[in-house]
Design a protein around this ligand. Structure first.
Ligand SMILES: [Zn+2]
Length: 530
């Protein structure tokens, strides 16, 4: 009896487990399909730093969007432009854009094709009728019938970051201006459920009829039509739409022989920054593709990615200025991945956008006590495994050691300091005494110190960083009165990666041209470029 009872009991337990498992699997399936319904959007903006004219900090905000309340507007992706270079770049961009758009459409996003001035070509297309037949919205915001030259006085006062007064043709010989476009480039498919319009009024009617609040602008050219058209970024922002620019699905009309005389693609980046500063946030196509952001084939600029995640030394304010200097004066492409600067809470242990490391030539880490998601950290580990060079600034010695404050399952790397950087951080001296930084005898001729005037004085407290591992080469030491000297900067090798670390990085250091010179040397040394 006992054993029979036991069997029945066991059978009942198994049945209950079975039911519970079924419910769990069913619940997860439901959750997964519900998950597909929302878009997780990483929106990047730039916010003015108080009392620092012309300086901005990067801020990132994650939002969940309902695809049914989202539209993509494709601006002026014509079959032919008067500029050969512009025509070629549109042709290169179009197939990728088509993939992005079809994924978005499948998720339920409304696609509006806006090849301005060629709408007659689509007279009998069902997607054209969708636009003309949209019911008239109750109120049309001011300005939607016309071009918007500036969003507001703040944008007007600062003006454009590039000079496109010559029309922006980069070609030799220069192309003759005109209007050769007759339709949207064919490779971007137009489906029956899409809409076709170049009218601000029609587009507004479409958005209002469908309760669409989230608007993604893509296409060309950011510094002209994408910003200024009746359905463009400025009007949408002023009308209160949750509008963003998809910054890797665009191009500019910019001639790199005009001010500020930077690469065509740096010109585009500067306009994107301008948008983030004065008009609206930006996103990348990664939201739909899961792939790194699109880059043009001719964009040969080395890509430097800054991983900014600390709240002690204002990296959020100092890195954008330094990155801008590298772009403006040294032809590099810089991207800043800015994590939360909160001192507490789980949010500080999340980061997004790390997939860009797939294409990066150098990573600069200025992070402190974070434990990021494993799927994001994988990109950093992969980057190092393929020999990518890394620079660590100040708190980078304890960048990925959250001391248990990160959520379970996140990827901590407490041995990052000895393993990757070759250091041995164990606290720092008190703030106060100015640290005198000098070169070691063997380092005077090292390319990293070329042209750097020493000694360098710093207000940052002296880090206790020694002894270093045997694979390092010590370059700079720091001294304060009555204490033994400490290593302040050195190079190391991790697997096949060149690495460099300095405990410098205090906000005052970034104001010191000698420090910026040093750091610029490091950037080129790390990438093995002159
Ligand atoms: Zn041209």
């Amino acid at each position: 009896m006992k054993s029979n009872n036991g069997k029945r009991c066991a059978a009942r337990v198994l049945r209950v487990i079975g039911i519970v498992l079924t419910i769990l699997v069913w619940g997860q399936t439901l959750a997964a399909s519900a998950g597909q319904q929302t878009l997780t959007v990483d929106m990047r903006s730039r916010v003015a730093i108080p009392d620092a004219e012309g300086q901005f900090r990067v801020t990132c905000e994650k939002q969940q969007w309902d695809p049914d309340e989202t539209a993509i507007i494709i601006c002026d992706m014509w079959n032919q432009h008067w500029c050969r270079g512009a025509t070629n770049r549109v042709a290169e961009l179009a197939p990728v854009m088509n993939d992005v758009v079809s994924t978005a459409r499948d998720k339920g996003v409304l696609i509006v094709h806006a090849p301005s001035g060629t709408i007659d070509h689509y007279e009998n297309h069902p997607a054209r009728r969708t636009a003309t037949e949209a019911p008239r919205a109750a109120g049309l915001p001011e300005g939607f019938k016309s071009w918007c030259r500036w969003k507001d006085d703040a944008e007007k006062t600062v003006g454009y970051p590039i000079d496109h007064s010559d029309g922006g043709c980069d070609c030799r010989p220069t192309c003759k201006q005109g209007s050769p476009w007759t339709a949207q480039i064919g490779i971007i498919e137009i489906e029956e459920e899409d809409a076709i319009s170049d009218s601000g009024v029609e587009v507004w009617n479409l958005l209002e009829a469908r309760d669409i609040d989230n608007v993604i602008l893509m296409g060309v050219h950011t510094n002209m039509c994408v910003l200024g058209r009746p359905f463009g970024l400025r009007n949408m922002a002023n009308a209160g739409k949750n509008v963003v620019l998809m910054r890797d699905m665009t191009d500019t009309m910019y001639n790199s022989r005009m001010a500020p005389k930077v690469s065509h693609f740096t010109g585009t980046d500067f306009v994107v920054e301008h948008v983030e500063q004065y008009v609206c946030p930006t996103i990348t196509s990664t939201v739909f593709t899961g792939e790194p952001a699109f880059r043009f084939q001719d964009d040969k600029r080395p890509l430097v990615v800054f991983l900014s995640a600390e709240s002690e030394y204002k990296a959020v304010e100092t890195l954008p200025g330094f990155a801008r200097e590298l772009e403006l004066e040294h032809g590099l492409d810089c991207e800043i991945l800015q994590a939360s600067t909160q001192k507490r809470g789980e949010e500080r242990h999340t980061i997004s956008g790390m997939e860009i490391l797939t294409d990066a030539d150098l990573v600069v880490v200025f992070a402190r006590r974070r434990g990021f998601q494993t799927d994001q950290m994988k990109y950093l580990r992969d980057f190092l495994d393929r020999g990518g060079p890394l620079i660590g600034l100040r708190t980078a010695s304890h960048a990925f050691d959250s001391r248990g404050s990160a959520p379970k399952g996140h990827d901590e790397w407490p041995t990052f300091d000895p393993e990757v950087l070759g250091g041995n951080y164990h606290g720092h001296y008190g703030a106060g005494p100015v640290v005198t930084v000098t070169a070691t005898a063997g380092a005077i001729r090292h390319p990293i110190l070329r042209g750097v005037e020493l000694p360098l004085l710093t207000n940052g407290s002296l880090y206790k960083a020694g002894p270093l591992t045997s694979t390092t080469q010590l370059l700079l030491i720091g001294t304060i009165p009555d204490q033994p000297p400490e290593p302040v900067a050195w190079t190391n090798r991790y697997k096949n990666s060149r690495t460099f670390y300095t405990s410098l990085g205090h906000p005052d250091d970034f104001k010191n041209p000698q420090f910026r010179k040093l750091l610029t040397n490091v950037v080129f040394w790390a990438m093995d470029e002159e």
